[in-house]
Design a protein around this ligand. Structure first.
Ligand code: 5GP
Ligand code: ZN
Length: 115
């Protein structure tokens, strides 16, 4: 638990969120400002600031986040149409919450280009 981290508070249920999935490693909840019909954030339960702070031991949980994203996409009914997974990293990457997370976004055709 990192001090004053909103995602740590959501994981521990100290702060409210619409949690759609949780296990011993990760928590998934709906983004408070959805940009598409499905917009879910998947986070490791253990605080990691960003991809820039990942350690070797974090590889397993980050892989697990992608497996959970695939399952949630199926549950949301967006697997066949496709979806986007995004991890913003650092200020230039547009990261605003410094607890590593993957955005699962879908339910409409995504716009290009990125960047
Ligand atoms: P980032 O910009 O760091 O990639 O994404 C942070 C995301 O977290 C944003 O899409 C923002 O809407 C979402 N967010 C920020 N604070 C909260 C919160 O308290 N609850 C929920 N559910 N989402 C949040
Ligand atoms: Zn945190």
């Amino acid at each position: 638990m990192s001090n004053n981290c909103i995602f740590c508070k959501i994981v521990s249920e100290e702060a409210k969120a619409n949690i759609v999935y949780q296990d011993e490693q990760v928590t998934a909840f709906r983004d408070i400002h959805p940009v598409a019909p499905t917009h879910i954030l998947i986070v490791p339960n253990r605080h990691i600031d960003s991809v820039g702070n990942m350690e070797l031991k974090d590889e397993q949980v980050v892989g697990h986040i992608f497996s959970v994203a695939r399952k949630l996409a199926e549950q949301e009914g967006i697997s066949a149409g496709g979806y986007r997974l995004i991890t913003n990293t650092g200020p230039h990457g547009g990261q605003t919450v410094f607890h590593l997370h993957v955005h699962l976004i879908g339910g409409q055709r995504m716009r290009f280009p990125m960047g």
